[in-house]
Design a protein around this ligand. Structure first.
Ligand code: WT7
Length: 669
């Protein structure tokens, strides 16, 4: 299992792991949950009588147009929550706050990427009242452009308030959004359009990233022209493109197809009732990588997702009325969906959105923003924390970070040193840290401390959230003793679980519900310590976690072999101090193609073009052949060891050709 893949933990890390941090007293006093006993009692109830527990929560937490008849209908692996109920996610994020003091509170505070060192970025604040108005107007724009309940809409925007506006507008009329991260390529956009059969694309002329313009509209133009192997246009379902003026760069406008966002607004009013949708009405599709094939369209629906988004955001971040909450994720990932947009807004919180990178124009960008807006809760990724460690303490020390009261982390296991650094340098030893484990598929946070109640241990996501029943099991599905590694599964359906893979119920069953009987398989390795705390080890399937981004090795391999010079490719992860994992590609070339440093660059760019810059291999190693078993399977375990530079262990007698192994080990150049 991949625990052995990670570089051996150093002694410092082991010592840190053994430490326990009780909730700070001053913090616990004002917290929603004040003791571990209180958590345990609620948790027990949520597991012993789940329908009663969730029924009560749904009633207390959400605004319904019509109450549900049945809390859960479970026909493994298909769940229906709050059957018969009607509600609207957008209504629960915006309308419910109108007529309350929250109406005039900032809903979104946005900071754009700054132009120069020391300069603030562009800024914009939208109160709940204002956001409601903008969302209603844009929902009318969607309708005007032929979008109705159930239609799919692709959102391919930079981190600007309009991304949230577009999502909420879809939710308001029951259109199903699929946000595509701005760092993905034209090919990825086309694949997602094709799979979801989207009718509309919402994009911008461009977005800013590290001082240059990301050509979003140009990518969309290209995506709409791409063809599959049989010559069919991949994106032929798209009838309209709505373009936001953002970067001011020159773009092509296709008559009869492309319209400007600001122009469209001139034709609509600000009145748009929220559609009364079934509890299981699809809310969004988000594509994520798996161990095989193209990314899967993970489907989330209305009531269960919203309930968990609202509850987890409030309990995990212990929200209070005075919070300025900042989750640094891009809305292109699930973290942005649940913890930039839906969770915070459903709670009437101020959610901060930042467009740029953490170190542009200088490495104190985050700390400058924390100081400027008085951020109280900060939720970011271990990979960012490790980068801040590398850039040094002087950058955060230049700023007043005393407004912070709670810190969160997500996306990959956090190494204890990074945890301690975050605690000491950013949190001034005063702020609890919530290490939150979850996945695109789970919709919301699943394993996490509840600050105020849960003592934390650096590197552990600690204990399950209400209603979540995780277990560490062996290959047969039997629970393993504490302290032993195994597969992490979830034993019960939960409200925000994925409802399926868009258009492919069979794949849903196979990927998630076949590995271990009657359980949801997470793809992660894990162990529980004697206190029952969960320690996530990382993926045990062929999925890599590179700087918190999920990348399927199969996808990168097929991108590589789509290049005419490549014969075969195998992609594996190598431990990386900053990114958690780095991508290493072993490549064999077609006859007469020579391995050169230029070709290495060419192949990396090719992957960026096929998938997006996030999937670029960090290292490409040319080899004469790939090590395979007699049945022709690539020996990934071996390649991982070679990539990591570790000694080759285990049984290699099934290797087809021993000499390949020797050559690979020297394949550096
Ligand atoms: C995978 C899910 C969920 C939001 C971001 C990523 C890893 C996530 C943690 C954590 C250890 C974590 C797992 C998981 N992961 N959070 N706190 N500790 N590992 O979503 O792209 O769906 O990736 O990220 O391996 O399976 P995602």
């Amino acid at each position: 299992m991949s625990q052995t893949d990670k570089s051996a933990p150093n002694i410092e890390s082991v010592l840190h792991e053994a430490r326990v941090f009780p909730p700070p007293k001053a913090f616990a006093r004002g917290a929603h949950l004040k003791s571990l006993a209180q958590y345990r009692q609620l948790y027990r109830e949520s597991i012993q009588a789940p329908e009663r527990f969730w029924g009560r929560q749904a009633k207390d937490e959400l605004v319904w147009f019509r109450p549900w008849k049945k809390v859960l209908r479970w026909n493994e692996p298909f769940a229906k929550w709050f059957v018969g109920g009607r509600l609207n996610v957008c209504y629960n994020c915006l309308d419910r706050h109108l007529g309350t003091p929250t109406a005039n509170r900032a809903a979104l505070v946005w900071e754009g990427e700054p132009a120069a060192p020391g300069k603030p970025g562009e800024e914009r604040v939208l109160t709940y009242q204002q956001l409601h108005r903008e969302v209603c107007q844009f929902a009318n724009v969607l309708k005007r452009n032929g979008i109705a309940k159930g239609d799919r809409v692709i959102i391919y925007l930079p981190m600007v308030p309009e991304a949230a506006i577009a999502m909420l507008a879809c939710a308001r009329i029951g259109a199903v959004h699929s946000v595509v991260f701005g760092g993905f390529s034209a090919q990825s956009v086309a694949d997602r359009i094709c799979d979801s059969q989207a009718k509309l694309v919402i994009t911008a002329d461009g977005g800013f990233r590290r001082g240059s313009v990301v050509q979003l509209k140009k990518n969309v133009d290209e995506a709409l022209g791409l063809r599959d192997a049989s010559g069919d246009r991949l994106a032929k379902s798209v009838q309209r493109v709505i373009v936001l003026r953002r970067a001011g760069n020159d773009i092509h406008i296709e008559e009869d197809r492309d319209v400007w966002w600001h122009r469209e607004l001139e034709y609509v009013g600000a009145h748009c009732p929220a559609a009364q949708l079934e509890s299981e009405h699809p809310l969004f599709i988000l594509y994520t990588s798996g161990s095989t094939g193209k990314p899967k369209g993970v489907l989330h629906t209305t009531a269960g997702y919203l309930l968990a988004a609202r509850m987890t955001t409030r309990y995990v971040f212990d929200l209070r009325e005075t919070d300025v909450y900042w989750c640094t994720a891009d809305v292109g990932w699930v973290t942005g969906h649940s913890y930039v947009v839906y969770g915070p807004l459903a709670n009437g919180t101020t959610s901060l959105m930042y467009e740029g990178a953490p170190n542009f124009p200088e490495p104190d960008r985050f700390w400058r923003i924390v100081e400027k807006y008085g951020v109280t809760v900060l939720y970011t990724a271990p990979t960012a924390i490790r980068a801040f460690m590398k850039w040094g303490e002087d950058w955060p020390r230049k700023h007043d970070l005393s407004s912070l009261r709670l810190l969160g982390t997500v996306g990959e296991p956090i190494n204890p040193e990074a945890w301690i650094w975050y605690h000491r340098v950013i949190g001034a030893k005063r702020c609890p840290i919530v290490d939150t484990w979850w996945q695109t598929e789970t919709g919301n946070i699943m394993i996490t401390p509840l600050p105020g109640a849960t003592p934390t241990k650096p590197g552990s996501a600690t204990l399950p959230f209400f209603g979540v029943l995780p277990e560490v099991v062996d290959d047969q599905g039997n629970p393993v003793p504490r302290g032993t590694g195994g597969k992490l599964v979830i034993r019960r359906p939960w409200p925000s679980m994925l409802r399926g893979i868009w258009g492919d119920p069979q794949r849903y069953r196979e990927v998630y519900w076949s590995e271990i009987k009657h359980s949801y398989f997470t793809g992660d390795g894990c162990r529980q310590d004697p206190d029952g705390y969960f320690w996530i080890v990382g993926r045990i399937d062929d999925v890599l976690n590179v700087a918190g981004h999920r990348i399927g090795t199969a996808e990168v391999e097929s991108a590589l072999v789509s290049n005419s010079k490549v014969a075969e490719a195998a992609v594996v992860g190598r431990p990386d101090e900053l990114k958690g994992q780095a991508l290493v590609a072993f490549v064999t070339l077609k006859t007469d193609v020579h391995a050169t440093p230029e070709l290495r660059g060419e192949l990396r760019d090719h992957v960026a073009k096929e998938i997006g810059p996030v999937a670029k291999p960090d290292d490409i190693r040319f080899a004469e052949a790939l090590p395979k078993t007699r049945s022709g399977k690539i020996m990934r375990r071996l390649l991982k060891q070679i990539a990591a530079g570790t000694e080759i262990k285990g049984d290699t007698t099934t290797l087809e050709d021993f000499s390949v192994l020797a050559r690979l080990s020297q394949a550096e150049e």
